[in-house]
Design a protein around this ligand. Structure first.
Ligand code: TRP
Length: 850
């Protein structure tokens, strides 16, 4: 019919009108492979051949008959399963009693155009030759077909414009999610679950094995296209990334295949998901073998995971360990016997049976027939053995697609039965109608068969793993099942004993799950940094900045530690910050020892002076003031001790005040001494009675008042804003520096300034008095001591401001100790030297320089 239409359209107008006068006749015959008559006829379209030679589409002459190559015993088995089911139903008294089913089974040669011809031939009634007038359709009710989704789409589209609402298509192998579109394919049903479920399952599988870096290879057809789109959608937002997507071209060519193999080989993705079928996979895998491709973990789609073609042992290094979801298997009672019964004797004139014999045994049952492949096969002797690659034909222990075909026929029979036995107004459907054929539900061989609202079957898969068989061949092992959205899978109980994979050193099976990641995961302490322009799965691991941690593998970000915490060296945990202050550690101990030694030395000097208090050198130098100086120096040394240890509010307040007061006391005493020296020498000049004003009482008043000033400043400081302990977290992030804040900077610098002022005054006066006569003029030493004192404290200022943490305190203590030692040594060493070592010089005469 179509051919006529096409031909009409190709004619010029006058020729067209002429042609329309002609009767409608069939231009070509297309005979079914098997057929039987019945009240209702079911069409069957199967790819009984792998491929066909491209037809000549010149249209200027009548095309020759279709030439198909590569007989496929598997599809032949599907066809026989259909035949079996119809015969069973016809023999059944329960199903469709009083009616018979007929069938017409055509070969599509796995080619959409031929499939289309087959569809039209199916529609054309009993037999094209019998009804040359195209006068109407036969009692056709449904078509079982097609295998590939692309073919099914063509088939469905053909039926739509003809508006044959009764004829529905029930596919056994077309799983494309696109076929669930009820508007586009209103009469399409199937006994295979939609790929929407398969891609979900595959996505889960990838995630389960942590295969986050995978390649996808697909065929150039609707099935491959939609399965890939579905998988991408499922993987979107998960941790799995697609390393590459490659397409095996429709017209297979080795150059393109080599490019794809190169991509597979050079990518770090070891897991490859393949949405393709035997048709293009056979040459592709052959090329892979030639290129010695190994070490790939294949994830097979349902279209080839159960294909027996690849189970030969030679494929083992390439395909061993392959895993994928197969269509759920079912048992067809009596199929084995039925298949056994098919032989050339029973169907002497059926070319398909002849070809089956050729494929299975490599011989031709009748001398005249030649296989359609063109090569002449030897005549069968009866001694031939079954060809290995087709041994699966006879193995009916687990039928999957065959079972789908079988289910399909039963689905048709049951819906017909329902329609026939339904009384209008009494039907099982909405408003008690009888019309909804989609609501079919029945049980065969223990399985409840249902269809969903889209006419799809309820999803259910077997997890198939290609393991090493006893003969070195590949065995398809059922490793688990997946039903609906639930995964009752042996695999997912973490029991991998059912699975085996190819290990990385080729060709050994192992339980170890292969690894396919773009980047190794980041250990705790590191975070992922996505590489520019690369997918999310490819990242570098960068260590967390200090103060931040990550305690999980593959952290996206490092978390900042809470305030008083800091990261450990590895960056994996927050640990309390080290609280730092000058304590009794090495530095603290040394400083304590120095301070104590200083105090002791001062006290010894004190004792020496006390012991020798009546010797001239002590007396001449104002012994009372000397004792004061020694006393305050002892305090100076001791006040350094307050600076060591954990700062508390008390020690903070004490620190600077005691220090400043003792130092003021000390410098005041020295100032007093200087004044006395100055006064004593000026008093020798006649008419000068300064000495009168510098008697011991006055001296004490001077000392006391000088110290009092400092005391007042300190009192004001303590009242207004006293120093307090302070946790400095800013200076060093990893530590808390426990320190005394001075409270008021002004007060602090005032206190220091006042000491500085006293020292300067003292220095100036002593400097003036240094040249005064006498063998033991103390002014010289006072000048010197003040010089040292000022130098120490001037050096202190920059050191204090710039030293970090506990060193600030250490610097301060150091300044205290250094200046105290300076004073002690300059003022008292020379005297002690004379007292202890040169007692002969300790005479009045000598000291007066006489
Ligand atoms: N499930 C596949 C499909 O829907 C199975 C299939 C059968 C196939 N024959 C094919 C896929 C040919 C690609 C080509 O199409």
């Amino acid at each position: 019919m179509t051919l006529v239409l096409l031909w009409l359209l190709s004619l010029p107008l006058p020729a067209l009108s002429e042609a329309l006068d002609l009767q409608c006749t069939l231009q070509n015959v297309f005979n079914p492979g098997f057929m039987a008559d019945g009240h209702f006829v079911i069409g069957g379209i199967f790819p009984l051949h792998y491929n066909q030679e491209m037809p000549d589409l010149n249209c200027t002459y009548k095309p020759g008959p279709v030439k198909c190559n590569g007989f496929d015993p598997r599809a032949f088995r599907w066809a026989l399963a259909m035949k079996l089911a119809v015969e069973e139903i016809n023999n059944s008294s329960k199903l469709l009693p009083g009616h018979t089913l007929g069938y017409k089974i055509f070969d599509s040669c796995a080619y959409p155009l031929t499939g289309q011809r087959a569809t039209l031939a199916v529609l054309n009634g009993r037999n094209e030759a019998d009804m040359p007038m195209c006068s109407g359709a036969g009692p056709m009710v449904a078509i079982i077909g097609e295998s590939g989704s692309a073919q099914s789409i063509v088939l469905s589209r053909i039926l739509r414009p003809f508006m044959i609402p009764m004829v529905s298509i029930i596919s056994y192998f077309s799983s494309c999610a696109c076929l669930s579109d009820r508007r586009e394919f209103p009469t399409f049903f199937r006994t295979i679950p939609s790929d929407a479920y398969q891609v979900k399952a595959i996505a889960k599988l990838l995630l389960h094995f942590n295969w986050t870096w995978v390649g996808v290879v697909r065929g150039d057809h609707a099935y491959g296209h939609f399965a890939l789109q579905g998988l991408l959608k499922e993987l979107d937002g998960t941790s799995v990334c697609i390393a590459y997507q490659e397409m095996i071209p429709l017209l297979y060519n080795t150059r393109r295949a080599l490019e794809i193999i190169h991509v597979i080989n050079s990518s770090s993705a070891r897991v490859v998901v393949v949405f393709s079928a035997e048709g293009e996979l056979t040459p592709f895998l052959r090329d892979c073998m030639e290129q010695n491709l190994t070490g790939i973990q294949w994830v097979a789609s349902e279209a080839w995971v159960t294909a027996s073609v690849f189970t030969e042992s030679k494929y083992y290094p390439l395909l061993g360990g392959t895993i994928g979801f197969g269509i759920r298997q079912g048992h067809i009672p009596g199929l084995q016997e039925y298949l056994m019964m098919v032989n050339p004797q029973k169907y002497p004139s059926n070319p398909l049976v002849q070809e089956l014999w050729g494929a299975l045994y490599g011989c031709s049952p009748s001398p005249s027939s030649s296989s359609s492949g063109g090569t002449q096969l030897p005549f069968c002797t009866g001694q031939e053995t079954l060809h290995k690659q087709h041994s699966a034909y006879m193995n009916t222990s687990n039928t999957r697609i065959t079972y789908n075909v079988y289910k399909g026929v039963y689905a048709i029979a049951h819906s017909l039965h329902n329609l026939m036995s339904c009384k209008p107004g009494n039907g099982p459907f909405i408003n008690s109608t009888c019309t909804d054929v989609t609501k079919v539900s029945f049980t065969i061989s223990g399985e409840r068969v249902n269809f969903d609202m889209k006419g799809d079957s309820i999803p259910s898969y077997d997890l198939i793993n290609w393991q090493k068989g006893t003969a070195g061949n590949i065995e398809l092992v059922k490793a688990g099942i997946k039903y609906d959205i639930f995964i009752y899978i042996l695999l997912f109980t973490k029991n991998y004993n059912y699975l085996s994979f190819l290990t990385s050193d080729c060709c050994v099976f192992g339980k170890q799950v292969p690894v396919s990641v773009c980047s190794d995961s980041c250990t705790p302490g590191f975070r992922k940094a996505v590489r520019n322009g690369e997918p999310l799965c490819c990242f570098d691991c960068v260590p967390c900045d200090s103060g931040k941690i990550s305690n999980q593998t593959d952290s996206i970000d490092c978390m900042a530690c809470p305030d008083d915490y800091w990261s450990n060296v590895d960056g994996t945990a927050c640990i309390p910050k080290v609280v730092e202050f000058l304590s009794h550690d090495a530095m603290g101990v040394i400083l304590t020892v120095i301070a104590v030694v200083g105090a002791c030395v001062t006290l010894s000097v004190f004792t020496v002076f006390l012991y020798h208090r009546n010797t001239p050198i002590v007396r001449i130098n104002n012994s009372e003031l000397s004792f004061f100086v020694l006393f305050s120096l002892t305090l100076c040394f001791l006040c350094a001790l307050i600076f060591i240890g954990e700062p508390t509010s008390w020690s903070c307040m004490l620190r600077h005040t005691t220090f400043s007061i003792t130092f003021s006391l000390c410098i005041s005493c020295i100032l007093g001494k200087t004044l006395v020296v100055l006064a004593a020498f000026t008093a020798t000049q006649p008419g000068n009675n300064v000495m009168k004003w510098l008697r011991p009482v006055q001296q004490r008043i001077i000392i006391f008042s000088c110290t009092l000033v400092q005391m007042l400043i300190c009192a004001a400081w303590l009242i207004a804003s006293p120093p307090f302990p302070y946790r400095n977290t800013q200076y060093q992030h990893s530590k808390i520096i426990l320190d005394c804040s001075v409270g008021s900077d002004l007060a602090f610098w005032c206190v220091l300034g006042y000491i500085g002022l006293l020292a300067t005054v003292c220095f100036v006066l002593a400097f003036l008095a240094r040249k005064l006569p006498g063998n033991f003029n103390e002014a010289k030493y006072i000048t010197f001591s003040m010089l040292i004192f000022c130098a120490v404290w001037l050096a202190f200022v920059p050191a204090y401001v710039s030293s970090p943490g506990k060193f600030t305190t250490a610097v301060e203590i150091f300044a205290i100790l250094a200046s105290s030692f300076g004073l002690l040594l300059c003022l008292f060493a020379p005297k002690c030297y004379i007292i202890l070592l040169k007692p002969e010089k300790n005479t009045k005469q000598h000291l007066m320089g006489k």
